[in-house]
Design a protein around this ligand. Structure first.
Ligand SMILES: Cc1cc2nc3c(=O)[nH]c(=O)nc-3n(C[C@H](O)[C@H](O)[C@H](O)COP(=O)(O)OP(=O)(O)OC[C@H]3O[C@@H](n4cnc5c(N)ncnc54)[C@H](O)[C@@H]3O)c2cc1C
Ligand code: FES
Ligand code: FES
Length: 1378
């Protein structure tokens, strides 16, 4: 792999020649190739370098802030102290390229590729169906690879052949920081676990290597083989000698310094030459949070100064150099926790290490330094975990300012004014917790107790905490209980300047014997001490957590004096974790006992060979090249010469005149080539950003901007970075004088009659007579309200396009879109050119979920306009923040309803008033009434009436998102059912049951879409799932669990779904080439949903009906190619879950034509030469000028365009009522897939959409400010599910409901409907909260049932805790006191 090639690279087009040692260029290796480069812009990241200056495009830009893992590569670096090469993962989007001098970088294509052979990781990711859109996959592979290498380099016992030394638990944790929006993680976890020495192959899910029930030996044989260690030795010789010699690296202009001695460092820091515009740097991960786009004049890299990179022990404690990475600190503390120190000290080190393992993710911790973290906390109020934890143990820091060296406590350090840029944090010392000695000395009968706490949206990290805490106490037995001899408390990250020690609470507790009363007083005091600064989100929740943590720490000491002599951690903390597992034992919910594994799963799928190879769980087309990173997405297409880059300037005001836009920099210097706005629309063109039959959207705001997030202009510059910088710093002058106030709520829209028209054919029909139904009711609920918020698509690849001007006033636009045809029309209209002058090409899309339908079009159109105007290629790739702000997301809505029902729970009538916030433009919004009502009709409401208004507001346009309207409709139905149950004090499940449709009522509500009685599988599935999930027994067990567990409550819920889909017309084209291979074009776009795979299968099936030899593996000869709007017209939309099946049907029609054309020739040949071979037949056909290309346009019959999908799910959750955390213990799903065309693909859709639904219901807060500008605009603030937030046990059964006459080969849709099943998790959470509230009432002496309450969506931790009682700890203590 190694090449002797010497590459002279330039960055920023300014050539600086490599010079003599000490002032030279960088030398490093990428996948064995040598790069020698001169860098002038030292803020260039490794990712920018790799993607723009090498052919290795597997590291992707997903967030640019360390929060997603798409850019992960493995860095191999020589460690001079240990004299060995160390390999570890890093996020290349934060790693500065200057800091990889002397290193070797391995990307996913460096592990293996289509030319040299794939790595078993690639093959197993593909084989376990762990890659859908593939955008996250190379980063996943590299995160996992780094864990594999690390484990295999340990001296653990040799694993069995084919396996690694890695454990199952490590395999799962290896990818805990990587985001995937498609798969739901279960298959990724399986691919990773398949390498683990302790894996039970039986536990692994559906894959392409073996079939269920095959013997272990067969399974082992079929797994792509893995041999530890042998494969990875990617540190080339040319780096070896070089790395061993100490070096200082610096450039004369715009300098980067890598001093190698303290003296050198000090003189640099104190030299006038460095100036103020200087930045000390270690891992540069701080940039992920602060995102400074600008450049510094000087960088000083601390990592080569030995004193700063060492961990030393002296008699006082462990001194950690400031440049030591968090990973190294964890490793050291874990080792230290095992040897040398006293048992108390060991616990402290181990717990600090455990806490640090929850900081960020592995690939961040590997480069993030402990010093960088503390400086960020000190200088910029970063919500640090390290500061809090080290504060509690009385750490000491050493700093240097000028030539002055100081040692001070961490507390003093944090309280000081922010360090200036020349001050250096030298080290931090963690004191030993020994029985004798310093401030933490412990008398002989005393015990030292240390605990740390952290409440964050994701248990394993990759999420900042709402609050963190660490407590150290020295306690001793006393005749009256437990005496507190000393106590140090630290709280942080709760929206304050820095971590604090609440002295009043410490003083109060010091010398006290713990009692309920003392604890109660301490809790009250802590709530006064831990108060977030004004404006902090969820402030009351954060304060309540402080009380909770203190309670958790101290309560075990009350009346447990005897326990003190027991084990430090188990003795104390164990008593709080009361009586949990005894209930679980022997039940179907034994997951909590399985501590090694985060997730486990079962899948029941039946594949049918009736239409072989349709029905086979075939490998996803392109999965291996997706894993190796060779699959090409729009941003991977190399830039044509002269290419410019665009970045949007968007409005931050909801309604204002735009008086002008000023760019801050000198255009010439910053490489700005133009500022494109509505003024640049050609004379014959129009200011349109998307055009549909429902309306159009302007491309740019004209003189008036009408929503925050609306594009105002596109800055076009030589580099993406310059364009981003300019857009970010541009000054837009607004004026709001004499303008009406903007419409920001649906209520205001109603007041001002601001609505989008809904065409009659898109308005659903009422059912029955509402007044009559209400008259029949025993009970009514009137004017009840439900509110639902938005959700962001969070496709891993943000919006992107590349527009290239072509001859004769034509343009070619590559765009990542779900509807190229619409983009095509819009671009032509905007540029004022005929449609045949535009060509739109889309090969694959890195996740869409509806967000790349209409919302992708303005991005493509703006690029096209800029390219058209400037006559140069223009590309753009939206940064995550701009994407989140401009794209809009799901529709928020407000629902008011009246419902009437009988005393047995049977609903007699329902009326709803629904106000949908559609934002600025129509987009798909007029279809929302139809979709909401359609899924809401899953229950028989007796009579159903509604008034749905699609409100036009000054918010960014809301658009389709997986299950648009359907997910809200289904939720509204459940919320109403729950409300009815709570009024009647009935089991919710019984109310659901009694309102399920019979086939007759289904017909009334859905008409023709209901199909035939035999197709209505819902009630059977409902009953089946009741049995297979042990619903009744588990309910009983949960009741018992809740009775004996005070701080954890469980809930379970079963929900049904009915989901109507529409099959749309779709084109197809099949061509057979001379060698018998086949090329297919379809209207649908491959978004990760497996469309190409199904198309290949059906092509092979349909063509093999010719009945000749050699068609068994025809599927291997089929290639589906990119969508090209001039090659295949009328492509339409890839949306609504039915594009795969309609594309398949279009292809089948083409194949039928070809088979018909070939039939005569085949008979002739057969007569002449006996059995005919496929290759011969095709050769002959070409020779005899048979037309070997066929195209078709599938138009479904109007009677069969609509059909219903059914599914049901049971979810069980456990809520920690102290923190509000919800764990999903188990979800069981049965989904009617019809006769699945590819069970592996459909299973992936079911699991992936279910997990995306969990995101909507439980995690993802998509918030705006008062002006409607999105404020949760990053991976720091927007939390999609990760592997540690999915169900611990996920069981999916795909029901094969056999023949559906009018469905494409009896198949059914799977892309969107299963998302709705995730409401089961929300309902189960509500059930658990109900139990918590019942208990809270008993503590307050209130008898009887709890009043009805609503659980907001998403049910994030603060929401759940608020309902369980922010003061539940105090209420409990009060109940003990009275
Ligand atoms: C995605 C992500 C998630 C994270 N999650 C968490 C979390 O949950 N909890 C948590 O505590 N932290 C978290 N962090 C913060 C992380 O720990 C810090 O970014 C990291 O430790 C900083 O170290 P660095 O070497 O990268 O610093 P750099 O980015 O190189 O530097 C950071 C700042 O400190 C200055 N600096 C660095 N070292 C010194 C020194 N020795 N003397 C003087 N100045 C110095 C730099 O000039 C710069 O201003 C997260 C970070 C990321 C990117
Ligand atoms: S792109 Fe680097 S972590 Fe997201
Ligand atoms: S496959 Fe993971 S994001 Fe699409």
């Amino acid at each position: 792999m190694e090449s002797a090639q010497l590459t002279q690279m330039e960055v920023n087009n300014t050539k600086i020649p490599p010079t003599e040692a000490g002032n030279r260029g960088l030398v490093f290796a990428v996948n064995g190739e040598k790069f020698e480069v001169a860098i002038t812009d030292h803020s260039t990241t490794l990712l920018q370098f790799l993607r723009s200056h090498t052919r290795f495009k597997s590291p992707k830009l997903g967030c640019g802030e360390g929060g997603c893992g798409a850019c992960v590569v493995v860095l191999s670096k020589y460690n001079p102290v240990l004299d060995r090469v160390e390999d570890f993962s890093v996020s290349s989007c934060l790693t500065l390229v200057c800091s990889v001098d002397g290193c070797s970088i391995t990307t996913s294509e460096g592990l293996g590729n289509s030319k040299d052979g794939f790595h078993p990781i690639h093959e197993r990711f593909a084989g376990f169906h762990a890659s859908q859109c593939g955008y996250c996959t190379p980063g996943m592979c590299m995160s996992f690879f780094s864990a594999l290498v690390k484990a295999d380099k340990t001296n653990r016992p040799e694993p069995p052949p084919g396996f690694s030394k890695l454990t199952v638990s490590e395999a799962e944790k290896a990818i805990a920081g990587n985001l995937c929006r498609c798969t739901g993680y279960r298959p990724i976890a399986d691919a990773c676990k398949s390498f683990a020495a302790d894996v039970d192959l039986e536990d692994l899910g559906i894959n392409s290597f073996w079939r269920k029930g095959e013997p272990k030996e067969v399974k082992l044989r079929r797994l792509p083989s893995y041999t530890p260690d042998v494969r990875f030795n990617n540190y080339p010789e040319f780096l070896r000698g070089r790395s061993k010699s100490a070096k200082s690296l610096h450039f004369q202009n715009n300098s980067w310094y890598s001093p190698t001695t303290l003296e050198e460092l000090e003189s640099l820091l104190n030299s006038n030459a460095t100036g103020d515009d200087m930045r000390i740097v270690v891992g540069n991960t701080g940039m992920g949070y602060y995102k400074e786009l600008g450049n510094y004049n000087r960088y000083i890299d601390l990592r080569h100064v030995p004193e700063l990179s060492m961990i030393r022990k002296n008699h006082q404690g462990i001194e950690i150099g400031a440049a030591v990475t968090i990973s190294k600190v964890i490793e050291f503390l874990k080792e230290e926790g095992q040897v040398n120190s006293s048992s108390d000290g060991k616990q402290v080190f181990k717990k600090i290490a455990d806490h640090m393992e929850k900081i960020a993710s592995g690939f961040i911790r590997n480069s993030a330094s402990i010093g960088g973290n503390l400086v960020m906390a000190q200088r910029k109020n970063f919500p640090s975990d390290i500061a809090t934890v080290l504060l509690a143990v009385g750490s000491i820091v050493s700093i240097t300012t000028g030539y002055k060296h100081e040692r001070l406590t961490l507390e003093e350090f944090l309280a000081r004014p922010p360090m200036d840029s020349r001050s250096l944090l030298f080290s931090v010392q963690i004191p030993f917790m020994e029985p004798k000695g310093n401030a933490t000395s412990i008398a002989s009968d005393s015990n030292l107790v240390f605990e740390t706490y952290r409440a964050a949206p994701r248990p394993l990290g990759n999420a900042l905490p709402y609050l963190n805490a660490a407590f150290l106490a020295v306690v001793s037995p006393h005749v009256k209980g437990v005496l507190i001899n000393n106590i140090q408390l630290a709280f942080g990250a709760y929206g304050t300047k820095h971590a604090i020690r609440p002295n009043k609470v410490e003083d109060y507790l010091f010398g006290k014997i713990l009692s309920v009363n003392v604890l109660y007083e301490a809790v009250k005091l802590v709530k006064v001490a831990v108060v977030p600064d004004f404006g902090t989100s969820h402030a009351a929740y954060r304060t309540s957590l402080a009380a909770t943590f203190l309670f958790q720490f101290l309560s075990p000491f009350i009346n447990v004096g005897a326990a003190i002599s027991g084990s430090l951690s188990d003795g104390f903390t164990g008593s709080l974790q009361e009586d949990s597992s005894r209930i679980c034992n022997g039940s179907s919910i034994g997951q909590l006992t399985n501590s090694t594994s985060l997730s486990s799963a079962k899948q029941e799928v039946t594949s049918s060979r009736e239409y072989y190879p349709v029905g086979e769980p075939m490998l996803k087309s392109g999965a291996t090249i997706q894993a190796s990173g060779e699959a090409q997405y729009v941003d991977d297409i190399p830039s044509p010469p002269n290419c410019l880059h665009g970045s949007f300037i968007y409005s931050t005001k909801p309604l204002a005149r735009v008086k002008g836009v000023d760019l801050l920099s000198n255009n010439q210097l910053s490489g700005v080539a133009g500022l494109i706005s509505y003024k640049d629309i050609p004379e014959r063109g129009e200011n349109v950003g998307s055009v549909t039959m429902l309306g159009f959207e302007p491309l740019f705001a004209d003189d008036l901007t009408r929503c925050a997030g609306e594009p105002i202009a596109l800055v076009v510059a030589e580099k993406q970075k310059s364009a981003d910088l300019e857009a970010n710093s541009a000054l837009v002058k607004y004026d709001t004088e004499n303008l009406d106030p903007p419409i920001l709520t649906v209520e205001e829209a109603v007041e001002r009659s601001s609505f989008f028209e809904v065409p009659a054919f898109l308005y659903p029909k009422q059912v029955g007579d509402f007044s009559k139904g209400m008259a029949e009711a025993d009970y009514t609920i009137l004017s009840a309200e439900i509110k639902l918020r938005s959700q962001y698509h969070f496709y891993m690849e943000t919006q992107t396009a590349l527009a290239v001007p072509d001859e004769d006033n034509c343009i070619v636009v590559h765009t990542s879109t779900q509807c190229p045809e619409y983009a095509h029309r819009t671009i032509a209209k905007c540029l004022g050119i005929p449609e045949h002058n535009v060509r739109v090409i889309t090969r694959r899309v890195g996740g869409g979920f509806g967000g790349k339908a209409m919302r992708a079009i303005p991005v493509a159109t703006a690029c096209a306009l800029a390219a058209h105007k400037l006559r140069r290629p223009v590309r753009t790739y939206l940064n995550r923040k701009t994407d989140m702000i401009m794209i809009g997301g799901r529709h928020p809505m407000k629902i008011t309803y009246d419902v009437g029902f009988k005393s047995n729970g049977k609903v007699t009538a329902l009326h709803l008033d629904i106000l949908i916030n559609a934002g600025l433009s129509a987009d798909f919004s007029p279809t929302m009434s139809l979709t909401i009502i359609s899924t809401l009709k899953k229950y028989n409401w007796g009579a159903l009436s509604f008034d749905v208004k699609v409100c036009k507001t000054n918010h960014s346009s809301k658009s389709a998102m997986r299950g648009p309207g359907e997910v809200q409709g289904s939720y509204i139905a459940e919320a109403i059912i729950e409300e009815i149950a709570s009024v009647l004090l009935m089991e919710v499940d019984s109310v659901r049951n009694i309102n399920l449709h019979t086939f007759e009522s289904l017909n009334v509500f859905y008409g023709k879409a209901a199909g035939e009685a035999v197709e209505y599988t819902l009630t059977d599935m409902w009953n089946k799932l009741g049995v297979s999930s042990c619903f009744v027994q588990r309910k009983e067990m949960i009741e018992q669990f809740n009775q004996v567990n005070r701080w954890r409550k469980r809930g379970i819920s079963r929900v049904p779904i009915v989901y109507e889909v529409v099959v749309r017309p779709t084109p197809g084209k099949v061509s057979i080439l001379w060698d018998g291979t086949i090329v297919v074009e379809v209207g649908g776009i491959e978004l990760g949903q497996g469309l190409w795979t199904k198309v290949r299968q059906i092509t092979a099936y349909a063509l093999s009906s010719i009945g000749c030899n050699g068609t068994e593996n025809l599927v291997e000869k089929v290639r589906v190619i990119q969508s090209d709007t001039l090659s295949l017209v009328q492509g339409g939309l890839t949306a609504g879950s039915t594009t795969s099946e309609s594309s398949c049907e279009a292809v089948r029609l083409c194949c039928n034509i070809l088979v018909e054309r070939l039939a005569l020739l085949k008979s002739k040949l057969q007569e002449q030469m006996g059995p005919v071979n496929w290759d011969v037949l095709i050769l002959q056909a070409h020779s005899q000028s048979v037309n070997m290309a066929a195209s078709s346009y599938f138009v479904p019959q109007s009677n069969f365009m609509h059909y219903l999908n059914y599914g049901t799910a049971v979810s069980e959750v456990e809520v920690n009522i102290l923190t509000g955390e919800t764990k999903i213990l188990q979800s069981d799903i049965i989904y009617d897939s019809g006769q699945s065309m590819n069970p592996a693909v459909d299973l992936g859709q079911i699991e992936g959409s279910f997990v995306q639904g969990i995101g909507f219901f439980m995690l993802e807060e998509f918030l705006t400010n008062a002006d409607g500008l999105t404020i949760t605009d990053s991976t720091w603030t927007y939390k999609i599910p990760t592997i540690d937030t999915i169900p611990m046990q996920l069981n999916v059964e795909m029901l094969n409901s056999g023949h559906h006459k009018q469905r494409v080969l009896s198949s059914k849709a799977s892309g969107e409907p299963p998302l709705l099943l995730a409401v089961s998790v929300h309902c189960a959470t509500k059930a658990a909260i109900k139990e918590a509230r019942k208990q809270l009432n008993t503590w307050s002496g209130v008898d009887g049932p709890d009043s009805a309450f609503q659980l907001d969506v998403p049910a994030i931790m603060p929401v759940v805790k608020s309902l369980c009682g922010l003061d539940n700890v105090e209420r409990y203590l009060e109940s003990l006191l009275h």
